[in-house]
Design a protein around this ligand. Structure first.
Ligand code: NAD
Length: 377
């Protein structure tokens, strides 16, 4: 079975979907592996490292794609590349399937079995394949590093001969995987951290990291069976904003990482709340790629609003491409290993397996995923 890995083409993408270490693992399974020249260059892996692992380097992208039984990538492909794929082949990558209807349709029409890595179920068995978690974790770390860089003060408390410097106050809104890592990183740097999330189960996790939990009564919230937040009503969000205004005004750094799976991110930090913040403060919006939690955030830019810096940089995991590629590649490799038949040396698409049922979006010429068929409005 031939696995092909094309180079990422998205402008500014530094991450690679497969590292040389993972390449060696796939070859050990008995797969044939071809990667496009320059695949790992921006992540620090030269072509020679893939050759050393036993892979072949391709310079003809079209031939690489059209000869594949399995294609592995990080980002969604261009719709124009779908016709190059063999009908019946398997394609695994992030797909943004709720938004990319034409792309999903093109996969179905081509007869490709497309796996959306966003849809890997959040179960213990599938944890090692969970790319949302592996990337969000690094994004949470990087958000704090960016905040520290743009802040006009240091994070830790220092008692010096010249007087005492008080610790920076950091407020984290949305404590999923990224938010938890942001808390841990800000604590390591010595900040005083407060955090808030609508899911009540989070309070315990926040406290166990040594941070304070901001309690806000917005009525019924809860979470889905996959552990995701349920969307709040506009009235609940307004209650939340009112309660958070004072904490934002008291904070030096606000990091937002609040998302609702499959929907646009809620606006939680309004212009009015930004007005309440001190000049020199920094707001980092980790939800910028799904619309943003901060009013007026500019995608992939740092803007200044009355002395408050609003950081809307996209692809934060791409700022640490060596580790982001390491973990993404490990996630993809775990997926292949899980469904690899060692005797027959091939990937078996077990249609009744919970993981495959969760992440397969097209198969046999049709859209097959329940989440897409019953798409939230
Ligand atoms: P996410 O990126 O979808 O959302 C980030 C956070 O935003 C969530 O904690 C959510 O509750 C919060 N949020 C949504 N609306 C909000 C609002 N109005 N105000 C404040 N916060 C708001 O979530 P995620 O990081 O992908 O993970 C969600 C949960 O799933 C986490 O608890 C995580 O630990 C869990 N998880 C479980 C597994 C597993 O069991 N294998 C794997 C990964 C994640």
């Amino acid at each position: 079975m031939k696995i092909s890995v094309p180079r990422e083409t998205h402008l500014g993408e530094t991450r690679a979907p497969l590292t040389p270490d993972s390449a060696a693992k796939l070859l050990k399974l008995g797969a044939q592996l071809e990667v496009e020249a320059g695949l790992g260059q921006a992540a620090g892996h030269a072509d020679e490292a893939y050759v050393k692992a036993g892979a072949t380097i391709a310079t003809d992208r079209q031939a690489l794609l059209s000869s594949a039984d399995i294609v592995l990538r990080l980002r969604k492909p261009a719709v124009e590349e779908i016709v190059l794929l063999k009908p019946g082949c398997i394609h695994a990558s992030l797909l943004d399937p709720f938004k990319e209807k034409a792309l999903v349709q093109a996969f179905a029409e081509r007869g490709v079995s497309a796996i959306s890595m966003e849809f890997i179920p959040r179960t213990t068995r599938a944890q090692k394949m969970d790319v949302l978690s592996s990337q969000a974790n690094l994004g949470g770390y990087e958000a704090v590093i960016l905040a520290a860089r743009y802040a006009n003060k240091i994070f830790p408390m220092m008692t010096t001969a010249a007087g005492t410097i008080l610790p920076a106050k950091v407020f984290i809104i949305g404590v999923g995987v990224a938010g938890l890592q942001a808390i841990a990183t800000a604590k390591r740097l010595g900040a005083k951290v407060t955090a808030y999330d609508t899911r009540p189960v989070v309070e315990e996790q926040v406290k166990s990291l040594g941070a304070q939990f901001l309690k806000i009564d917005v009525g019924e919230t809860g979470q889905t069976k996959d552990g995701y937040a349920k969307a709040l009503t506009e009235e609940q969000i307004q209650k939340q904003r009112d309660a958070m205004r004072k904490t934002c005004g008291d904070s030096d750094i606000v990091i937002t990482a609040a998302q609702v799976f499959g929907r646009k991110a809620p606006i939680l930090v309004t212009a009015e709340m930004l007005n309440a913040m001190k000049p020199g403060s920094v707001v980092v919006d980790l939800a910028v790629e799904t619309g943003g939690n901060v009013e007026g955030v500019v995608y992939d830019q740092v803007t200044d609003r009355n002395g408050v810096k609003i950081v809307g940089m996209a692809n934060l995991p791409g700022r640490v491409p060596l580790h982001a590629s390491q973990v993404y590649s490990a996630n993809l490799t775990a997926l292949i290993e899980e469904f690899w038949d060692k005797q027959e040396k091939r990937f078996v698409l077990k249609l009744d397996d919970e993981i495959i049922k969760g992440c397969l979006v097209t198969h046999g010429g049709k859209i097959v995923n329940e989440k897409l068929i019953a798409q939230p409005t």
